[in-house]
Design a protein around this ligand. Sequence first.
Ligand SMILES: [Zn+2]
Length: 287
Amino acid sequence: MFMNKMEKKTEKYPGFMTVDVEEYYHIIGVKGTPPVTAWDSLPARVEIGLNRYFELLAAKEIKATLFFLGYIARNNPGLVRRAREYGHEIASHGMFHREVSMMSSSEFHKDALESRLLLEDISGEAVKGWRSPGFLIPGSTHWFFEKLLEAGYKYDSSVLPLKKSSMGIIGGSFAPCFINCAGGKIYEFPITVVKVLGMNVSMFGGGYLRFFPLKVIARMKDKVLARYPLTIYIHPREIDTEHPHIEMNPLRKFKTYVNLTSVPAKLDMLLDSAKFIRMGDYLDAQE
Ligand SMILES: [Zn+2]
């Protein structure tokens, strides 16, 4: 999108509220993460957190983009249908929460295709969006966008541009943009970061949202919205403080469970700060 300086000053960009719909134990790179074979025997909590988001978003008349884990959708198709009834967009977070960098290109293609078809089957609507578990690790998966396109997706929201190598993927910009790859082009909605003391810092999702004080987040969101859209990402476990904790080292424990009770107030502030729309609708307007 080309804009002159005047427009940049006056226009306020929209926000995207996104939820990765997964369980409290779907945490990557942690010893205590149970294997897929154990999932069915663990207490399910996802519905508790997701229902709270449904209520919060309905009260604010906000339509979100929900990246459903295929495993969750298959076990609880009613959740997907309820999300549709509220008017939220259904997107995919893969079948079994596997990191893309741990899969071969054909395994990834199968996972992306299978989860898309499953979610379309349940929701009765086209699924356009994908978010990788653990985000996208630059360099490890040069075929990523090409395979995603092949699996029928229109956009991705997996790039967390904290490092220089991730910036390369999105052409050095924090704003959503088209990415050219073999087979065509696909749209990227990067996870929002802001520049603080020369560093790219994430503070609008997951552990980062819990870690930073509300006042800092409030100030930074204004900077973002003056320049590009704001992407918030969150999980059902972040609004369900009673969920069981899993085993991990002290640093990771801090990152995973810090300030859980601060989430509702921060979300409330962020969700009142812009017009929130669904990623798929924003993309439709770009084409
Ligand atoms: Zn996830």
